[in-house]
Write a protein that binds this ligand. Structure first.
Ligand SMILES: Nc1ncnc2c1ncn2[C@@H]1O[C@H](COP(=O)(O)OP(=O)(O)OP(=O)(O)O)[C@@H](O)[C@H]1O
Ligand SMILES: CC(=O)N[C@H]1[C@@H]2OC[C@@H](O2)[C@@H](O)[C@@H]1O[C@H](C)C(=O)O
Length: 355
């Protein structure tokens, strides 16, 4: 009989390098999936790991392989400590994303470090990992992978909106899951507040004191990307070439830049929500930006739901736990409608520990 309950340690390291997100969650399947997160932590990277992980593009494949082994051992220690701390005796497996070191789907290449066999051996646990590789082999982008989790775990919401470095959204349309990046968010806000020696604009307080610069707002809203249809995604390079120059040219005060950019974000998100009365779940650090949320509420009829901090911060780890479960059940965990792969498929490598 196929199992209906899974006890999983799920691990994720995202692009912002704030640390390793690690959770222990129990998932149940009775007609639909449900979950409960029992423990969740973000383990901050040491300065050394932060430096190493932010310089990956300059490394040779040889150097990357070495780092991969070191990082797998490091992850094993972090996970072991977590398991011991919470005295977790019943674990079906560890589901781990690793850290993206290289991502060039156009060259059929995606490489997440931290997924070597040493991880399973050191943990003495079964590990499911390397979720992106097969999708790229199937001609997909290998990302985003979270939308299948939006569909199976967060089906009560019409839209799942994540406000991280960029805003990305996923929703159902004609029985297909659609997902794409909407516009930059914290990658721009953090850049401009760093000039006044802050890490981020806490609750959007600085933005709320500024004035909208109509000329800049129009220029931002007219960027070509917003006319393109999905699937589409954004990256730092695009922000550097298309966004920073038009803002820098104007020499505005920081609060006016932030105020204008917040207006821009809320306008672009509201356009995607199409003025319908739907429900929208907001996660990612931008959910703490009260001023942005307030502006968005004024522009949409949708009901905005801000979940508790566990879901705001650990939804991605939670979904990677589910991807592992779907893999062991041999069920689809990568959707061609979002990644562009030639087929839906069940992706992920299974590492069994050597005893
Ligand atoms: N209290 C707060 N007020 C305003 N913004 C906040 C607050 N807390 C966090 N943030 C913003 O959220 C960011 C972190 O969000 P998150 O961890 O979702 O981003 P990320 O991991 O870079 O995103 P992704 O990889 O999903 O693009 C911070 O850098 C900051 O800009
Ligand atoms: C290749 C890679 O690691 N992509 C990440 C990255 O971080 C955000 C965005 O770019 C997203 O596409 C993806 O991660 C999320 C968790 C995803 O696959 O859904």
């Amino acid at each position: 009989m196929i199992k209906t309950e899974y006890k999983v340690v799920a691990v994720m390291s995202g692009t912002s390098l704030d640390g390793i997100d690690i959770i222990y969650a129990v998932y149940n399947f009775h007609k639909d999936w449900s979950f409960k997160i029992h423990h969740a932590e973000t383990l901050k990277y040491s300065t050394k790991w932060k430096t190493d992980l932010s310089n990956l593009v300059n490394k040779s494949l040889e150097e990357l392989r070495e780092l991969d082994i070191a990082y797998s051992k490091y992850l094993a220690n972090v996970i072991k400590t977590f398991i011991a701390k919470y005295n977790l005796n019943e674990i079906d497996f560890v589901s781990s994303h690793g850290h993206t070191a290289l991502h060039q789907p156009e060259n059929k290449l995606t490489y997440q470090i931290g997924n070597r066999t040493v991880l399973a051996d050191k943990l003495q646990q079964k590990v499911i990992c390397d979720f992106r590789v097969q999708d790229v082999e199937f001609g997909g982008q290998g990302a985003p992978l979270v939308p299948i989790g939006d569909r199976l775990l967060f089906y009560n919401y019409d839209y799942c909106l994540n406000l991280g470095g960029f805003a990305n959204v996923s929703f159902e349309e004609n029985e297909k899951r659609i997902a794409f990046d909407i516009c930059p968010v914290n990658i721009v806000i953090n850049h401009f507040v760093s000039k006044i020696n802050l890490e981020y604009d806490d609750r959007g307080k600085i933005a709320s004191c500024g004035k909208v610069h109509e000329g800049l707002l129009n220029q931002l809203n007219q960027l070509e990307f917003y006319k393109q249809s999905a699937p589409k995604s954004l990256g730092l390079e695009w922000v550097k070439t298309h966004v920073f120059p038009i803002i820098d040219r104007l020499e505005l005060k920081t609060e006016d830049i932030l105020r204008t950019f917040t207006e821009h974000i809320s306008i672009q998100i509201a356009l995607v929500l199409k003025d319908e009365a739907k429900s929208i779940l907001i996660t990612g650090g931008g959910a703490y930006n009260d001023f942005l949320i307030e502006r968005l509420k004024l522009k949409t009829k949708s009901k905005i739901i801000i979940p508790d901090s566990q879901i705001i911060e650990f939804k991605e780890a939670l979904v990677f736990g589910l991807l592992g479960i779907l893999r062991v059940r041999n069920e689809v965990n990568c959707l061609k409608s979002v990644t562009g792969a030639k087929q839906d498929h069940s992706s992920g490598k299974i590492l069994n520990p050597k005893s």
